[in-house]
Design a protein around this ligand. Structure first.
Ligand SMILES: *Cc1c(COP(=O)(O)O)cnc(C)c1O
Length: 370
């Protein structure tokens, strides 16, 4: 039998690509606290990615980034409106920020919040809505126009864009100029993987300044705490890896996109969509984290995971169970979640990693075809 195909094989930059940066840490004696390498990374992302628009603060992971962002952005009220079709970190961050997650259903094609159902929840809950936390599902460039309007109308918006770092829409980086907060993850399993890390971006410079202060114990100029802060800083060692990753990110992204395109071509040539298999309708150019695929309505994703496993192919089922189906969130209020429940029965996450060969993709597709 041929080799096992793992679901993911994270491939971080090799140490030789940042050894000189480690030397610079030895000389600078700066190890953390938004030091020179951290500042250089943040400035380069804003200058080279966002064309000088907005501001960015690194965080030690996206879960902490979401906690800080939700805490900073929220208005009085009780609920954080969000999809249930997301990673547990989204509702957990809201709970840590003292809010109750309220789950809203998603669209059957984009797998992002359903704007009509979101409006129904906003009408129903009114002033009790403290914040809205949409998720840009699996890195898609979910339309932020309506969320910018909502934010402008006084309902704060924090976007969970964990997998969307480097997503581009018509050549522009995702979130550019957005008035709310956009949270990205740099976890090893994300496209911009550096081990652990993340960043929060906003078009609103003051919002990032406040977030940065909150991420350093809420310390004001006099080093006395003036906010419910915590420690969300990255070390200079992490910043060195981030800078080295930034140098090669365009190649990583194009490699991921071409593997995704090969999957799409294979699915088409095997006529799997005629058999009821479906891919996500995505917006923009996405640095795909893995290959999500929806099973035909009559097929359960668990059966397919087991079948592929017999062929030596490892798959996952993000996000199944959906959040409202997990014990920690089982008491959270929600509207109708029929689409979410259908997706969570049918969603499959197929292998996608940078060194995958064409033969690996064929093997996965043949395994799907059965
Ligand atoms: C990866 C991910 C997170 C958490 O990111 P960390 O950096 O690991 O904390 C949050 N939300 C979503 C949707 C994710 O995919």
């Amino acid at each position: 039998m041929s080799d096992r195909i793992p679901f993911l094989r994270p491939n971080l930059v090799p140490k030789r690509s940042y050894l000189s940066l480690l030397d610079s840490i030895d000389s600078s004696h700066f190890y953390s606290n938004y030091g020179p390498l951290c500042t250089e990374f943040e400035s380069r992302v804003v200058a080279e990615g966002y064309g000088g628009i907005g501001s960015l603060c690194t965080v030690n992971n996206a879960t902490i980034g979401l906690m800080l962002a939700i805490h900073q952005a929220r208005r009085p009220g009780r609920y954080a409106l969000m999809p249930s079709f997301t990673f547990a970190a989204t509702p957990l961050a809201a709970q840590w920020a003292g809010l109750e997650p309220y789950f809203v259903d998603v669209m059957p094609d984009t797998w992002c919040l359903d704007p009509r159902k979101l409006q129904e929840a906003l009408d129903l809950l009114g002033d009790e809505v403290a914040v809205v936390v949409p998720y840009a599902t699996f890195g898609t460039g979910m339309d932020l126009g309506p969320y910018a309007c909502l934010h402008g109308a006084g309902v704060p918006v924090v976007v969970d864009a964990a997998a969307s770092f480097g997503t581009q829409i018509e050549g522009e980086w995702y979130g550019k100029g957005f008035p709310g907060l956009v949270v990205f993850s740099f976890h090893a399993t994300k496209a911009f993987g550096i081990g652990e890390g993340g960043a929060v971006y906003s078009g609103n410079l003051k919002a990032i300044e406040r977030l940065r202060r909150a991420g350093n114990f809420g310390f004001g100029a006099d080093r006395a705490s003036c906010d419910q802060g915590l420690n969300s800083k990255i070390s200079e060692y992490t910043a060195a890896i981030a800078l080295a990753t930034w140098e090669v990110y365009p190649e990583k992204v194009s490699c991921r996109r071409s593997i995704h395109a090969a999957y799409e071509m294979g699915l088409a040539s095997l006529e799997l969509s005629e058999a009821g298999w479906a891919t996500q309708v995505v917006k923009g150019d996405v640095p795909f984290q893995f290959m999500p695929l929806l099973c035909p309505p009559v097929v359960s994703n668990r059966e397919v995971v087991d079948r592929l496993s017999l062929h030596g192919i490892e798959c996952r089922t993000y996000f199944s169970p959906a959040c409202h189906q997990q014990l920690q969130f089982s008491g959270c209020p929600h509207g109708g979640l029929a689409v979410t429940e259908d997706l969570s029965r049918r969603i499959l996450s197929l292998p996608l990693w940078e060194e995958m060969a064409a033969g690996d993709i064929d093997r996965v597709l043949m395994g799907i075809k059965g």
